[in-house]
Design a protein around this ligand. Structure first.
Ligand SMILES: *Cc1c(COP(=O)(O)O)cnc(C)c1O
Length: 376
């Protein structure tokens, strides 16, 4: 029995060739290929400025730093997210304050954000969880009026749309991931997009030790100008090997999203008559990339979530528990709000992620569906 994996990046000879060319060029650290990837990403995401980073985690750190968030500030974040979303707030010395999410989308809403605001809230990080676009406009209405910076954690969002535009395009600042678990990959890697030139400039400098002259600019002149370091920066650079790969992957994005949406459509149709399995769907305000095809196992289904995972594993199918809840992890347990996070708890305990990736075959998808039907 062959195994059906939950996820597999779509990589081909084009990535191999692009990375080989970067190596042959002799320039392997951040350089012309990273710059080209940034320009291509700006165009694809309709974002005025893109700044490549070593990961989405480091992009989130820089986004909060250039947004002016620091010690003594509160940052509202969903607990229902990969833990890096909350960690980024701690990196700048702020305190994460957890907001609950909507059960249909797994995302924060204007109401859940409002309930979590404190007098010290300086920023709100919204997430396009699993690729489902967050309803950004009502949250911005709430926050812009109070001078609270809205950061979009679009780690999972490449290829998803909000009101007809790429997600992240209308956020003050967004952070993206190119980890292999995401929709396109550079091995590790991330990106910041923003409409504010001064934030882009500062992020560019902070990712490179806060150096006043970039390594690429120093290389361009025979007698390199002396550089200065006006503040404490970081080494959050992407390499040109990753930039070369990112350019190829970005070109594949439309095809990847179309394929994933087609596979998601098959799941949705097939699961419709299985009682007790509620799949994630597009919200009214946009389209998802189905980076994570999650289903909630409801009481009507004959098996619990854990029993269903075991049942799928017996059939050679590798599903995964759904999205984690940061407030249950050691560093954040004490920050659990007194009112609790009931929807976060419910989704974390009762959802699972089904296999869905570009090269998933129809027969493998049929195997997954048959296994889900088995216990009914
Ligand atoms: C994966 C993920 C991250 C972290 O991305 P890295 O590129 O691995 O640092 C952050 N936020 C969310 C919502 C994620 O899914």
């Amino acid at each position: 029995m062959t195994r059906v994996n939950v996820m597999r990046p779509w990589l081909g000879d084009e990535e191999v060739t692009a990375v080989a060319e970067a190596i042959r060029s002799g320039w392997v650290a951040q350089g012309p290929r990273v710059a080209a990837f940034e320009r291509a990403f700006e165009a694809a995401m309709q974002a005025p400025y893109a700044v490549a980073t070593s990961s989405c985690t480091t992009a989130l750190h820089l986004a909060l730093a250039v947004g002016g968030v620091g010690a003594g500030d509160d940052v509202v974040v969903p607990s229902f997210s990969f833990i890096a979303t909350a960690n980024a707030a701690v990196y700048v010395g702020a305190r994460p304050v957890f907001a609950d999410v909507d059960p249909a989308t797994g995302n924060v809403t204007r109401d859940t954000v409002e309930a979590a605001l404190t007098p010290s809230t300086r920023a709100v990080v919204v997430v396009d969880q699993g690729g489902v676009p967050v309803d950004l406009d009502p949250i911005r209405e709430l926050c812009d009026a109070k001078g609270i910076v809205v950061v979009e954690d679009a780690a999972c969002g490449a290829g998803s749309t909000y009101k007809g535009r790429p997600v992240g395009a209308t956020a003050p600042i967004s952070a993206w991931s190119f980890h292999p678990r995401k929709i396109i990959t550079t091995g590790e890697g991330g990106m910041i997009t923003t409409g504010r030139e001064e934030w882009a400039t500062r992020a560019r400098r902070l990712r490179e030790h806060a150096m006043s002259v970039s390594a690429a600019d120093r290389h361009a002149s025979v007698l390199a100008p002396a550089e200065e370091y006006g503040e404490v920066g970081f080494n959050y650079r992407m390499t040109d090997l990753q930039g070369a790969m990112g350019l190829v992957q970005l070109g594949r994005l439309p095809e990847i999203v179309a394929r994933r949406r087609a596979l998601a459509d098959v799941y949705a149709k097939q699961l419709a008559d299985i009682p007790g399995l509620r799949p994630v769907t597009d919200p009214a305000w946009g389209t998802g990339n189905f980076q994570s095809y999650w289903v909630e196992v409801e009481p009507e289904y004959p098996l619990s979530r854990e029993a269903l995972l075991a049942h799928l594993a017996d059939a050679g199918i590798s599903a995964r528990r759904g999205i984690m809840a940061a407030h249950r992890q050691a560093p954040y347990q004490e920050l659990t709000p007194t009112s609790g996070l009931p929807i976060t708890d419910r989704l974390t305990d009762h959802t699972l992620i089904l296999p869905l990736f570009h090269e998933l075959t129809e027969s493998d998808q049929e195997r997954v569906i048959a296994a889900l039907r088995g216990p009914v």
